[in-house]
Design a protein around this ligand. Sequence first.
Ligand SMILES: [Zn+2]
Length: 248
Amino acid sequence: MSDGTSPKRGRVVATLLTIGLTVFAAAAPAHAAPQDNRYHPAAGAKGTATPEVVTQTGVPGQSVALTFDDGPNPGETPRLLDVLRRHDVKAVFCLWGQHAQQHPDLVRQIADAGHTLCNHSMYHADLASQSWSSVAADLEATNQAIHDAVPSADIPYFRAPYGSWGQSPQVAAEMGMQPLGWSLAVEDWNTPGTQVLADRLRQGITRQSVVLLHDGGGDRSQTIEAVDRVVPELQSQGWRFVRPATRG
Ligand SMILES: [Zn+2]
């Protein structure tokens, strides 16, 4: 066969394609009109998320996931993207919806670089005491802000501001986002100095850690310098940088 494709194989492929499209259509939420970019079935693995808060990578061995909250932030995010690119590391960015609205270009840069997006609420309010519908509206507005910047964006995770969860894990799971916690916080919000942060990372990272860091919400230059310093050390010791587990 000059083109390597037999008629029989072509029929099989067409049949599989039809089955695939049927399954895809069946999985689509009823409200998803073609122009509706709120929840693509492909954006966030709808139906697979659980309300359990994930705090590990799920990858056996020396694996670690870096997560950066509260951006995008024009003061720090571009530098962080440069650091991650130089070290060939993919991370999770937990985006503050209002900041995504203000800096859609940065959301695009994060997505284009192959990093994973996470919904971190619209205004960084404490969601713990809010009603189901209020939390749902907040999370929906946040995803809309992200999709306004990157219509095809996959948003597989949600992280509650302050780790104050309330009903939000259940709401997020229904929307196809896995609640994402962490196993290590180095308290970079206290800006203790690059050296202290680097040491906390070196000493705190254990197998399958999910590390909470920040690229927004203040001056995060210490965080980014510490990451730039410690990542190559960990790589030389055999550590791999991966995504957090995609379900609890
Ligand atoms: Zn935050």
